[in-house]
Design a protein around this ligand. Structure first.
Ligand SMILES: [Zn+2]
Length: 325
């Protein structure tokens, strides 16, 4: 322990004798902690800057000691000690914080991913996440949910938190891999796939409400997602609004035949059936409040069977690789 310490001052009952304020006593104790290594300079600086009163208490104490020196010269040793401790506090508080921070990227990738995974679970406590609507991708599909979306404000601050683009990129890579992303319609999914390459390249699990005029184009994009493993299709009566090109043409000539729309006529089915290489496929009914209905139960079961039998087949290039291997 250095000769000058708050501990020694307390033994000599200096705080009471000099009438030291609570603020300066806290800071002097923190200075002791800094000297014994239990806090670092950054933390000590933060404690000094915590409030204006704390900083002012340092100047007041110096002034007080200077006054005491004049009145009682025998206090010189103690007064000088206190003044020196106060100036040391000021010097540490005014140090620029080190900019380089913790060398996160030098950790092994498994540990980095684990740390980022913990952060992600801390921000998003649910397994599935609803991305905020893209402004440029707004469509006319009805919005049923007041869903709490993607916490955009937090996400926007990430770059500042990390202070490095590399870590931000890695964060998103892990994020897109670990969560299930739910979309209210295929147009919304499409706008995210088009505007965010990293999303398209990394997402493993998607749930989408099969509705909207962009289903065919969107499902074609799904087939190009390299990491997609799990796909959930939600159907409702909205699913049956948009017909594929051929059925739409036929309907104009044979309107009676299309009085009841079959799922085979729906826009996007052909493209959906081209997707390969998935591990898991699900078909869900939208709750009735969101345009679902009991009468689609049959369609749900049959569509699940159809998709499961095809979408989980190996991709063609994978077959090719296997032959070569
Ligand atoms: Zn839409």
């Amino acid at each position: 322990m250095p000769a000058k310490s708050f501990y020694v001052l307390k033994l000599k009952t200096v705080p009471a004798k000099y009438g030291l304020s609570k603020n300066i006593q806290d800071l002097l104790m923190a200075l002791d902690h800094y000297h014994d290594g239990s806090i670092d300079a950054v933390e000590l600086g933060r404690l000094v800057r915590l409030s204006r009163n704390r900083r002012a208490s340092i100047a007041n104490t110096i002034q007080k000691c200077a006054g005491l020196l004049k009145k009682s010269p025998e206090e010189i040793t103690t007064c000088v000690d206190v003044i020196e401790m106060c100036t040391e506090l000021l010097e540490i508080a005014d140090r620029k914080p080190p900019m380089d921070g913790f060398p996160f990227m030098r950790l092994p990738v498994e540990i980095r991913e684990r740390v980022l995974g913990l952060m992600i679970d801390n921000i998003f406590r649910t397994k599935s996440v609803i991305p905020a609507s893209n402004k440029n991708g707004s469509c006319k599909c009805p919005r049923f949910d007041r869903d709490t979306v993607f916490q955009t404000a937090q996400m926007k601050d990430l770059a500042c938190v990390f202070g490095s683009n590399l870590i931000t990129l890695e964060f998103f890579r892990v994020f897109f891999r670990e969560k299930t992303f739910r979309f209210r319609c295929t147009c919304e999914l499409q706008s995210h796939l088009i505007s965010n390459d990293m999303f398209l390249d990394n997402v493993r699990s998607i749930v989408v409400h099969w509705s909207g005029s962009e289903s065919a184009k969107t499902f074609r994009l799904l087939a190009k997602m390299p990491k997609l493993e799990s796909l959930g299709i939600v159907i409702s009566k909205l699913t049956f609004i948009h017909l594929n090109e051929r059925s739409a043409l036929m309907k104009t000539y044979f309107p009676l035949a299309f009085k009841t729309i079959r799922i085979a006529d729906v826009l996007g089915l052909d493209e959906l059936l081209e997707i390969r290489g998935l591990h898991q496929v699900g078909v869900m009914l939208a709750p009735t409040s969101r345009g679902g209905s009991q009468s689609y139960k049959m369609d749900r079961a049959n569509l699940l069977e159809l998709l499961s039998s095809r979408l989980t087949q190996a991709k063609e290039d994978e077959d090719h690789d296997m032959e070569l291997a």
